[in-house]
Write a protein that binds this ligand. Structure first.
Ligand code: ADP
Length: 445
């Protein structure tokens, strides 16, 4: 796959949140998860399959060879370092590659190999000698579309006759031209524009239609309608695939309305639990003692890395500044950063340039950084009424203690209100949270 140029002007909007708590768009979260992911999310759960067409055989494969991929694609798969198909790929790929083509709706959490699966399917359906658009992949945002394009380029690196074209903000085509690239990756608005107004994109010969991040599509005003309109321009013979990280009812309604007779496969997410996590709290009667406790903890994090959660951006920035002024090196991740800046912060943290990441709820769910062994709740998570937000608590601390390691969570309790929240959390999970003496931190390690 040849390179294409792309003018991305990073205009990501940030909504000012009066509460100063974080509320970042789902698409931005999905992007963060993607870029900081280094490998597959492991799962012990089994695939659940619902079939609409009982006549076609369903099978799964344990190796990429068994899929009889074109040699150049198989080479690309190996160049990615993939040895065997992931759980979702084992079941999805034989169906996606089958003839006659089957439609599919697949749901599994981020990081389980969905993108790689549909990229392999897309490349497999392209006839490289034919120079017109053959496969179309829709994604909610420019940034997510670029991520997919990168995977297409990597897996398709030996398919030198396959070209890709982005149909996203910033890309222009002059009137009268017809796109010749076989792979089109774009956002719904631009694709619709190119197909109907500019008429440079011919959808009538599409063989594969991929709708990625369907849950985000329907969450974002306009994208769902545009996707449906695009879908109507595709030939009846086009193979349809839809992917989603979540499986809400509205996603399924949307999915079934545009994907006729699909195979539906689901992979449940691994349950998060507090079981293997040691939970403590530190009594901090004053802001000063709260800061002192953090500084103590910082100097005692000898293995792994820590994430510190604050309730507001303001606290997070203040804490990061103060720790930095005191000579510590910390990363700061809040919702006011541009997408690129967030990625840069997370990349630095993942590469262990900083031991500590200070953040708000931006990364409360889904972002696994394996080295994180300590989570500190500088502020305990609460809902609008000030009651314990146990779900967020679980998402925050659930990221440690993964992969068989034992994790550690430390909660700062700065008064009777926080102590009450702590008690609610204890009761909810039925696990005691022991008091920790910061002068004696060795006991936790
Ligand atoms: P999703 O689309 O579900 O978020 P991806 O396809 O992006 O998942 O895969 C997540 C990560 O796992 C990526 O880093 C990807 O390169 C890697 N990956 C995907 N499939 C395999 C595989 N079969 N073996 C090893 N790593 C894989």
């Amino acid at each position: 796959v040849k390179n294409v140029t792309i003018n991305s002007n990073n205009a990501s909007q940030q909504n000012e949140d009066p509460e100063e708590t974080e509320n970042i768009p789902l698409a931005d979260k999905a992007l963060l998860q993607k870029v900081i992911r280094t490998g597959l999310v492991s799962t012990k759960n089994d695939i659940e399959v619902q079939r609409k067409d009982p006549n076609s055989p369903l099978y799964s494969v344990k190796s990429f060879e068994a899929l009889h991929l074109k040699p150049n694609i198989l080479k690309g798969v190996y160049a990615m370092g993939y040895n065997a198909p992931s759980k979702i790929q084992e079941t999805a790929l034989p169906t996606l590659l089958a003839d006659p083509p089957q439609n599919m709706i697949a749901q599994s959490q981020s990081g389980t190999g969905k993108t790689a699966a549909f990229v392999i399917a897309m490349l497999s359906r392209v006839e490289p000698s034919e120079k017109f658009p053959q496969v179309l992949c829709l994604s909610p945002t420019l940034e997510l579309a670029l991520q997919i394009g990168q995977v297409v380029k990597k897996i398709g690196q030996f398919c030198t006759d396959i070209d890709i074209r982005y149909a996203v903000r910033g890309e222009e085509v002059s009137r009268g031209t017809k796109l010749t690239e076989q792979v089109i990756i774009g956002t719904p608005g631009k694709v619709f524009d190119w197909a109907t107004k500019l008429r440079c994109l011919d959808l009538s010969k599409m063989k594969v239609f991929v709708l990625d991040e369907a849950d985000i599509m329907i969450d974002t005003q306009g994208l769902q309608d545009q996707s449906i309109r695009i879908h109507k321009l595709l030939p009846k013979t086009c193979q349809m695939m839809l992917f989603s990280a979540t499986y809400e009812k509205d996603v399924m309604q949307f999915a079934e309305c545009i994907i006729p007779n699909p195979y539906i496969i689901k992979l449940k997410r691994e349950e998060e639990s507090v079981e293997s996590i040691k939970q403590y709290y530190v009594d901090c009667p004053s802001q000063e003692s709260k800061y002192r406790a953090i500084a103590m903890i910082y100097s005692s994090v000898s293995v792994g890395q820590a994430i510190i959660f604050c309730h507001t951006r303001k606290t997070a920035s203040w804490l990061a500044e103060k720790l930095t002024r005191d000579g510590h090196s910390v990363g700061l991740l809040t919702g006011e950063l541009e997408v690129d800046q967030r990625i840069a912060v997370l990349e630095r943290f993942r590469k262990e340039k900083e031991k500590v990441l200070i953040t708000t709820n931006v990364v409360a769910r889904g972002i696994d950084i394996e080295q994180v062994t300590l989570v500190v709740n500088y502020d305990l998570p609460v809902d609008m009424e000030g009651n314990a937000d146990c779900e967020t608590y679980l998402h925050r601390i659930g990221r440690t203690g993964r992969f068989g390691k034992s994790g550690l969570a430390i909660n700062m309790v700065d008064g009777p209100r926080a102590l009450n929240v702590l008690k609610q959390i204890e009761n909810h999970f039925g696990r005691k949270i022991s008091k920790l003496d910061t002068d004696n931190l060795e006991e936790v390690e």
